[in-house]
Design a protein. Structure first.
Length: 182
């Protein structure tokens, strides 16, 4: 079902590869006469627009009663596509630690697999408050890294810590829900 929240999530799906291309091709902009910093600004602008849609799609879906199974699938997928595109792009150009990005991506894949198993067991594993904090910390880290601002590396490693911590919470929550089912 395509409603406004789902369209906003799909917008993130389309922005992610465009943003990745901008991150990986800053020379395109310098070749047409722009300073390289403009490629950073454009990538950051795309990321901010996409991040804002993440807030609004969930808010609108809840407030307008437009939560759908399609949205439940597209929204987290769009979030992962956006953050992974940004992190991989930043890693490839040497602006983010390979190990930090590896840890984040492995955690995201593991939790996605865990959620798939949970659905198969009819167990609801919804986003926790810490999961939301993790997402916000990743978004801040990406923004700071894209803009080459001070504290970017610190924020990246803080995001790694919060990513691992929220992952542990998901695993614990799944284990607790599984034990209740037995």
């Amino acid at each position: 079902m395509l409603n406004l929240p789902n369209l906003l999530a799909l917008l993130r799906v389309f922005i992610a590869p465009i943003m990745l291309w901008v991150i990986l091709n800053p020379k395109f902009f310098t070749s047409v006469g722009f300073d390289i910093s403009w490629s950073y600004y454009l990538a950051a602008l795309l990321f901010v627009i996409a991040s804002i849609t993440d807030f609004f799609d969930g808010f609108i879906a809840r407030e307008w009663g437009q939560t759908t199974l399609t949205g439940a699938i597209i929204d987290p997928l769009a979030d992962k596509m956006l953050t992974i595109a940004a992190f991989v792009g930043l890693m490839v150009i040497g602006d983010a630690s390979v190990w930090a990005i590896y840890i984040i991506i492995v955690r995201e894949m593991f939790i996605t697999a865990l959620r798939t198993v949970a659905v198969g067991q009819h167990i609801s594993v919804k986003a926790s408050f810490m999961g939301k904090i993790k997402t916000v910390s990743q978004m801040f880290a990406i923004g700071f890294l894209l803009m080459h601002w001070p504290w970017a590396t610190f924020l990246l490693w803080l995001a790694v810590f919060l990513t691992l911590y929220s992952g542990i919470q998901y695993v614990w929550g799944f284990k607790q829900a599984l034990m209740k089912e037995m």
